[in-house]
Design a protein around this ligand. Structure first.
Ligand code: PHB
Length: 392
């Protein structure tokens, strides 16, 4: 069968089953959780899986009279795997939700299946703006790269940074961060002297950092996906960029809480804009961090973990609102406009775009006691995805 034939045939299977009731009254409500548990993005899988388990442990496995069952599948962040697993979960396991999605290509690969089967797709990690536009069944609890990139652009201009080199991972979220930073920064008079893109797979940052250093910028704007920040900062220091007085700025993926403590003193002073810091000073977050560490041998939760935790909250709250009904349109309808207090601060789901609205914090890496933290010092409230706002 040709590739197109295969796609059509598999779509037909999903279509045929889309009308079947996915959860007869007494049955479990199943959540298909697709995450990279192995490979380069495995830290994202580990964080989200831990957060999902914590949420269920804290809130019980029964919602609206139904038992919740999470089925975890490892896609290794490979979109062909994501698609196959999403299809199996929908057709064979009859899940009421697909959730997770550690990288943008994985989230996009599942989108047509969500549409055909009318199954809500809860994005807990991936951050490219367009994802939510790819299916009316997609709802996001993570973030978009433009949300934080425009805010760090504003901060840079206000703080005397005039000349920047950007270094981004060469795939969709990297392009999103580069584009939104560049637009905002240059419109305010800043100069982006070079826009460098590095391979997504196993990047060697050294030659790119050398090029960046040679351009003598005030700062380097960087986006690398969660999990790559440690290697980036190590090479930043090895190439002497910190000693040369070049600042490190960007969205907060690079100073990921999961790896931050191992990055060493070269990262102190890095200023990033992001949705979450483990040091966020709310009572809810203090309790979340303590419970997460207790359940996971001291592991510190990062921004991916809160995306997973909040994704579970959204699923539970939607089921409560539908009284346990699992029809996809009803669930997505219930999710639209939902608002609650997350460990990251107040958040809501934009009823028009199904994307997350959240505070973005400007933070600086500091040593607190013996540990490194992203210490928040400015808050921008209820930020919508600027890339979508710009299209209107
Ligand atoms: C993505 O692939 O969308 C992605 C992954 C990791 C990040 C941000 C975005 O830290």
């Amino acid at each position: 069968m040709s590739r197109n034939g295969l796609v059509t045939a598999s779509a037909a299977i999903v279509l045929a089953l889309s009308a079947v009731d996915r959860a007869p009254a007494q049955d479990a409500v199943k959540i298909g959780l697709i995450l990279p548990m192995t490979g380069q993005q495995a830290s994202t899988g580990r964080q989200i899986d831990a957060a999902v388990r914590l949420y269920v442990q804290q809130n019980g496995a029964n919602v609206a009279g139904k038992k919740v069952e999470v089925i975890l599948k490892d896609d290794g962040a490979v979109p062909d795997n994501t698609k196959r697993l999403a299809q199996e979960l929908i057709v064979n396991d009859k899940v009421a939700f697909i959730a997770g999605f550690g990288v943008t290509p994985a989230a996009l690969a599942a989108a047509p299946l969500a549409t055909q089967a009318k199954v809500p797709e809860v994005i807990m990690a991936a951050g490219t703006s367009i994802i939510t536009e790819r299916s009316p069944y997609i709802v996001r609890t993570s973030f978009t790269l433009p949300q934080s990139s425009v805010i760090i652009a504003d901060w840079a201009v206000k703080n005397g940074i005039r000349k920047v080199v950007s270094i981004v991972s060469d795939y969709a979220p990297g392009i999103d961060s580069e584009t939104s930073f560049k637009e905002r920064f240059t419109a305010a008079g800043g100069q982006l002297v070079e826009a460098i893109r590095v391979p997504f797979q196993n990047p060697d940052f050294a030659p790119f950092l050398q090029r960046a250093r040679d351009a003598q910028p005030d700062a380097i704007f960087v986006f690398v996906p969660s999990g790559q920040g440690g290697a980036f900062v190590k090479q930043f220091a090895e190439r002497g960029l910190d000693k040369a007085g070049i600042k490190l700025i960007g969205p907060g993926d690079v100073t990921d809480d999961d790896l931050l403590n191992g990055m060493g003193d070269a990262v102190i002073g890095a200023v990033t804009a992001h949705l979450y810091s483990a040091a966020h000073p709310s009572d809810i977050n203090k309790a979340f961090v303590a419970a997460f560490k207790k359940a996971n041998a001291g592991m510190r939760p990062n921004f991916m973990a809160v995306g997973g935790y909040d994704g579970m909250h959204l699923i539970y709250a939607a089921l409560k609102k539908t009284n346990g009904a699992t029809e996809g349109d009803a669930l997505v309808g219930a999710m639209k406009g939902m608002a609650w207090e997350s460990p990251r601060g107040p958040i809501s789901i934009d009823p028009e775009t199904r994307d997350i609205v959240q505070n973005i914090y400007v933070r600086k890496v500091e040593k607190v006691g013996n540990e490194l933290y992203n210490v928040e010092f400015a808050t921008f409230e209820a930020v919508k995805d600027p890339a979508k706002a710009a299209k209107k």
